[in-house]
Ligand binder design. Structure first.
Ligand SMILES: [Zn+2]
Length: 124
């Protein structure tokens, strides 16, 4: 399947009051209302920070900073991004309900994070 087609499918119909962002820029623009951030195979997760050791590769540095601004996030889809780590700021998403991290280089969710996210449905 083409990445573009995937992105279309993953715009989940989550109800009227749910704002779904499909890019980090969109998420920042609507930071207070965004409830779902859907980033499967996203270019947004390729690092463009020249100061970062992962520049040009999949990286969570930008995502991590954006997540800190999304207090109402309930659904986070990071599938198929080749990520090898999860952002620390994930721990502060107190309203998170689903986390999709399939298709990454993550073999498990760190135990302490798992505890914190005990009510979250994690797809791995
Ligand atoms: Zn980076």
């Amino acid at each position: 399947m083409q990445p573009a087609a995937l992105k279309g499918i993953c715009r989940l119909p989550l109800g009227n009051r749910t704002f779904t962002a499909s890019s980090l820029a969109e998420a920042v623009r609507h930071s207070k209302t965004v409830k779902a951030l859907i980033l499967p195979a996203s270019d947004d997760l390729l690092c463009r920070n020249l100061m970062c050791e992962h520049v040009g590769d999949p990286c969570i540095c930008r995502l991590s900073a954006v997540l800190e601004k999304l207090p109402n996030l309930e659904h986070l889809n990071l599938s198929n991004n080749n990520l090898s780590a999860l952002p620390e700021s994930l721990r502060r998403l107190s309203k998170l309900e689903t986390l999709d991290i399939r298709g990454n280089q993550l073999h498990e969710v760190p135990a302490d994070l798992q505890q914190q996210l005990c009510s979250v449905q994690v797809l791995i």
